[in-house]
Design a protein around this ligand. Sequence first.
Ligand code: NOJ
Ligand code: CA
Length: 700
Amino acid sequence: MKNILLSCLFVLVLSLSVNAQEIKSPDGNFKLAFHLDKIGTPIYSLDFKNKQVLQDSKMGFILKSDIMLNKDFQIIDSELKTENSVWNPVLGEQKEIRNNYNEMKVALLQDKSKRKMLIYFRLFNDGLAFRYEFPVQENLRHFIIQEETSEFNLTGDHKLFWIPGDYDTNEYSYTTSNISEMQALVYDAVHVPLAAQSTIKNLATQTPLMMKTSSGLYINIHEAALKNYPAMCLNVNDKTFSLSSHLVPDAVGNKGYIQTGSFTPWRTVVVSDDARKILASKMILNLNEPCSYEDVSWIKPVKYIGVWWEYFTGGGSTWAYSDNQDVVIGKTDFSKLKPNNTHGANTKHVKEYIDFASSNGFDAVLVEGWNEGWEDNTAFKKEHIYSFTKAYPDFNVKELNEYAQQKHVKIIMHHETTSSVSEYERQLSDALDFMTANNYNAVKTGYVGPIIPRGEHHDGQQMVNHYTYVATEAAKHKIMVDSHEAVRPTGLHRTYPNWFAQESARGTEFESMEGIHPDHTTILPFTRLMGGPMDYTPGIFQGDLSVYGSKKNKLSTTLAKQLALYVTMYSPLQMAADLPENYIRFNDAFQFIKDVALDWDETYILEAEPGDYITIARKTKGKQEWFVGAITDENHRTALIDFSFLPAGKSYTAIIYEDGKTADYKTNPQSYNIRKITVNSKTKLKQNLASSGGTAISIK
Ligand code: NOJ
Ligand code: CA
């Protein structure tokens, strides 16, 4: 009798523990609890330092049509695993990355349908990640996702740094508000001019979503390893403070075509009570697969200038060779067209850029507008819009590449697709062969406007697959890729390191259009850059565009802040975006851009507060050399730069590029001062930053 009682008790304890399970992070600070509720819905919650971060949140899917893969489950197995290893990124913010987590894998089975699903939870010392697996099984093979039902139930009315939920663009300005204020602000946030917009009708936001709680906790939600799946936006319930996944649909409203034997991307929740640790987190990279290429010797950081900003200044330079809008690719003989004489990408002018790049130590020159088809490039519905192998008559491919080679400079290829993706895929193989034949090793791709195939979205499953396809095809040709307007990155540059930068956010080009807010670059590292490097294209010294004639725009920063961005906005691809004439004019400040490194042994986040300020120091890869960048929003401030990152017992010369005493981004942006001081590991520098100002420091 006693034995029977004991074994009953044992079964009871076992089933309780099977139904409710928890794991902790390696340092014990995070606790993940998982259980099934009364109707068999998977539920998780997350604690950090004994405080709740996410309340009970549901998980699962609704499949087409109305197949509920979010209830009626039982737990049939669970497994624990620990990982603690170190790996080296090809290019990066630090040369070594530790991957340390505790994992729990839970196998679920639906009672009646016998459908199986697995959930993986990983707790790192910087947060939680989870993903789903659809194992090969008898009762499920090919299926369509109607919606993923993952929730992130917040504990209160947190402060959010948000852009509106949208299937096609991330180029919005950030709004900072509490969740309960979003509804009142969303109309203005959404009604802005952008080339392709598909805003979500209900209250929703993009990831990476940065939040701050009233008790000072920082929470960042995003995803990692987005492959063969649509990107995730988040529905926002402003009454219950609940977020839920909202996948980007395809042209007919479906949200993912899945074959069993596959995984979803990871959902990531990075948490800290110190904002600096959000920026230091490498969780998203750790969740991506290791580099998939054997030989990576050809993947290098690139510092470049370009025939680019002159198209934005209002000075009259054009991408197009002629003003004839009736051109047809393959039919029009461009050599017979009347040139408009404003075409920027002409051989003589490109040679001037090559000369400037060469004499100032740049790796490359981007040339936009080199190829046939720019005449009607705002004709978003036109499918055969560009040739990617035919240059305009005044752009001599062979001559320019020979010239560039002599000068030890590369030309960066440009493929603006105007989102005619079907046509781009048709031409891609020829375009890559053309690049190889002509000595190009990097391409900037662009996806302005709505996608063709019509009705598809920039961030849907088909386009997600397209971007990866371009990166991996380019790799076969040893070509690096910088994509603009593509889906926001999710750490895939670990797996495909030749996809070394993306735009996927509001970049410097907007300084010449509707503008950029002074706090924008203090938010981007906490949002867009959580997924990967950004080709932000800083370095504008002549910020008052009225000098060029037709525009009135004024830069949202001081000149010194433009310099600091090379350190605060991590990217192995960095542009000096302004015109050479402005760099000649401010030659002493230009020295910082010439000197600054692009690839790093170590990164030290010294100060950070989203929306307010960021101060970062980095050590150059393989050199005893450091760079510091400090930026602030519209409020001037004193940055406290602690040099304890320097090796003890040695002194170094620091060159400080700082805002002048009267600098102010509105009234006196070009006032700066350069001075030299001696520093050592004990130095603590109080450094003044003007409103929307900055400081850049190089240390040798
Ligand atoms: C948008 C890109 O962001 C910009 O850099 C480029 O110049 C234009 N498209 C034209 O391709
Ligand atoms: Ca853009």
